[in-house]
Structures are given as structure tokens and as C-alpha cells.
Design a protein around this ligand. Structure first.
Ligand SMILES: [Zn+2]
Ligand SMILES: [Zn+2]
Length: 392
């Protein structure tokens, strides 16, 4: 029997873990119950575990044979601060928290692969099973690295996988290069001088300056950026006064910048600063920019991407592996791993209908039908990258 046939027979087991995790979603660095479940499954499978990296992280170590090659497989475990609108029996039991990004499914798929690999041991080398907290918030990946993940578990390559709504179930997308963007955030404080709304000349209006700023900041993309590059700048917050007859003292703006290249975020930050200074002078107000770097862009290694797409093709056939889909302007903290080691982060289709609505939606659900496929992908990747020695 093929890997996928064997794992398909265990689907009920994968689904049970997934529903248990879905019903008990936990936010970043609070994944205690989730980490307990992960640790129990790994321990019962005879896998050595290490807990406590980045608070709730769990790393399983599976060593087979004498081979010195080592790879990391990563699943994220955290949920989102969102009130679930689904009504199925395994819906969230925790008000205001929800697995709306499918990390419950990611965790279950890697657990399924871990069990299978521990049983069959058809590879030679070391597999580190990385169960990571806090992908959605401050970058649990970065914290695990800062706390010595790669020193304690030296790996040559690292791999990730995310479900992708809108991509049919049974399909994969693999990008040889950028797959997810960087995500920076900024806050802008405009300090004017409040006045009676009927006598604006007696103050300095920060609302008008803010409106001008929102408009002019769009020139950062349209006039500072090479048209062949991709940058998006969105202003998502605009907080001004509260009364109809008072021009307020201050206005606060906030937003995000996304790009695939490091130099573009440097360029965007400098351009925003320049626009803020210029609009400040033009309107006679003080404008202060606080620009903060978030997740870097996720860039797949082309060689690793070729390996991963070959593994996927062997599972689902040539026609079901896309290597030409555009990357996403969303961001992913797997980027921190890719900055340290060559690797590849693939998308697995979550389907068009069931669970087909986009990530971070209150009606989203991970598609249970793809659990065996995701587990099989992990197993096939391990067996392909760390091939078992031929018996003499
Ligand atoms: Zn997410
Ligand atoms: Zn996610």
C-alpha cells in the first residue's frame, strides 16, 4: 500500500485531533492544552520531545540510521482572537477565540506524519518536528530561533505548509522564490492646533493634513516603486476628533506596508518619512512617524522548491501541482526559518466550498478531507530528502 492509502485509513484519528484542537483554540504563547496534546501523541509514538522553547513550543526528535542529515518540519499551533460563527459540533468552546487560519489542521497533519514516520522508519537521518506557537502575533518562529532552536536541533533544511482556501482540495502550489510578503506596521501622529470649526484659521487643522497624507502616501507605491515590483501600502486606521464643531488637536493614522524585497521596505519607509515631513510643512502641523518592521518576506529556495513540487507531483499528479501561481501579499513568520536555512513553504488546497472561505474569516474551517494528504506529503518529503539506505 502507498503512504497515502495507509494514512487515509487513519483519517478518523487525524480528524479527532483536529476537532479537539478546533474546539479549544489558544492564542499565541498560550497554547498549553495544544502543546499537551502534541506532546502526548509524540510521546505515545515513542518520539523524544523537548518542551518550553518560546513558552509553549514542542520539538519532537526522530532519528533513524546513521545518516547525519537533518531537516525540520514545522506546524503552527495558535488561533486567532475572533468569535466563531460556525455552528458545527466541534466549534470553538472559547468565546472570542477561533482556529480561523487552519493551524488546528496543520498541527494534526504533522502529528499524523510523526506517528507514521516513527512506526515505519523508512528514512535515514534526523527529523525535527517543530510545533510552533504564536504565528499570528509576534512571530513565535523568531522567538524559537532566538532561544536557540538551531543550536539545540541543528538542521540543514526546513519546510513548512499552509492550507490555501480557493485552491482545490487535492492540489498543491509551490513557489520557487517569494511566496509570502513582509508585513511592516506604522503609526503616524499629526499634532495640529485645535480650534472652533467655524474659525479654522485660528488653529492648524490636523484632519485636513491627515486627508492629504492618506492621498499622498499612495504615491509611495505609484511613484517611488518600480512598476515591475510589488508593494502595497494601506492606511487602515484614521482617528480624529469627536465633535461636529471642534477641529481636534491631533489625528492618528496607522497602516501596513507589504513587499517581497528587503530593499523595497527600506525604500517605502524612507518615502513615508519624506511625505510626512512634506505634508507637515505644507499644513503647518507636526507629523511623527513610528515605522516598525514585522515579518520578513518568505522566500523559498529554488532547489528545495523543486524537491517539494516533485514530492507533491508524485502524490497528486502533475496537473495538481501549481508552480506558477502568484505569491500572496499576506505574511508568515516561517520567513524567519527561511532566513536561516534553505527550505520551502508550500500551499495545500483547502478546497473551494467546504472551508473554502478565506483565512481569518469567522466562518472559515479547515477541510478534514485534506488531512491525510497533508500528512502523506510530510512523510513523502522526509523519505525523499532523507532516503533510507538500501539493504545490502
Ligand atoms: Zn493566519
Ligand atoms: Zn496561518
Amino acid at each position: 500500500m502507498s503512504v497515502i492509502q495507509v494514512i487515509q485509513e487513519r483519517q478518523a484519528r487525524l480528524v479527532a485531533w483536529r476537532h479537539e484542537l478546533h474546539a479549544h483554540p489558544e492564542l499565541g504563547f498560550q497554547e498549553h492544552r495544544t502543546a499537551d496534546l502534541v506532546a502526548n501523541v509524540l510521546t505515545n509514538a515513542g518520539i523524544e520531545i523537548h518542551r518550553g522553547l518560546a513558552e509553549t513550543g514542542v520539538v519532537g526528535v526522530l532519528r533513524v540510521g546513521q545518516g547525519s542529515a537533518a531537516i525540520g518540519l514545522r506546524a503552527d499551533m495558535d488561533a486567532l482572537p475572533l468569535r466563531e460563527l460556525n455552528t458545527f459540533p466541534y466549534r470553538s468552546r472559547i468565546d472570542g477565540q477561533m482556529h480561523a487560519c487552519g493551524h488546528d489542521g496543520h498541527t494534526a497533519m504533522l502529528l499524523g506524519a510523526a506517528e507514521y514516520l516513527a512506526e515505519t522508519r523508512q528514512f535515514d537521518g534526523t527529523v525535527y518536528l517543530i510545533f510552533q506557537p504564536a504565528e499570528e502575533t509576534v512571530g513565535g518562529a523568531r522567538v524559537m530561533l532566538e532561544e536557540g532552536l538551531l543550536d539545540r536541533f541543528p538542521m540543514d533544511r526546513v519546510y513548512g505548509m499552509h492550507n490555501w482556501p480557493g485552491l482545490p482540495a487535492g492540489q498543491f502550489a509551490v513557489h520557487a522564490g517569494p511566496v509570502m510578503a513582509c508585513a511592516d506596521q506604522f503609526d503616524i501622529l499629526i499634532q495640529g492646533h485645535g480650534a472652533h470649526a467655524a474659525m479654522p484659521h485660528q488653529g492648524r487643522d490636523p484632519v485636513l493634513a491627515g486627508a492629504a497624507l492618506v492621498q499622498t502616501l499612495q504615491s509611495v507605491v505609484s511613484r517611488d516603486t518600480d512598476p515591475l515590483d510589488s508593494v502595497v501600502l494601506s492606511i487602515t486606521r484614521f482617528a480624529a476628533g469627536e465633535a461636529y464643531n471642534i477641529i481636534p488637536d491631533e489625528v492618528r493614522l496607522g497602516g501596513t506596508v507589504r513587499a517581497f524585497k528587503a530593499e523595497l521596505r527600506d525604500q517605502a519607509e524612507a518615502a513615508i518619512e519624506r511625505v510626512c515631513n512634506g505634508i507637515g510643512l505644507a499644513h503647518g502641523v507636526r507629523i511623527r512617524l513610528d515605522y516598525r518592521r514585522g515579518y520578513p518576506p518568505s522566500i523559498n529556495d529554488p532547489v528545495e522548491a523543486a524537491t517539494c513540487s516533485q514530492v507533491a507531483r508524485e502524490l497528486v499528479g502533475e496537473a495538481n501541482v501549481h508552480t506558477d501561481l502568484p505569491p500572496s501579499m499576506g505574511a508568515e513568520d516561517f520567513a524567519y526559518f527561511l532566513n536561516e536555512r534553505p527550505g520551502c513553504y508550500v500551499w495545500i488546497g483547502n478546497g473551494l466550498d467546504q472551508g473554502g472561505c478565506m483565512l481569518h474569516n469567522a466562518r472559515y474551517d479547515f477541510n478534514d478531507a485534506i488531512l491525510p494528504l497533508g500528512s502523506s506529503y510530510w512523510v513523502s518529503l522526509v523519505e525523499s530528502v532523507l532516503p533510507a539506505r538500501q539493504a545490502k
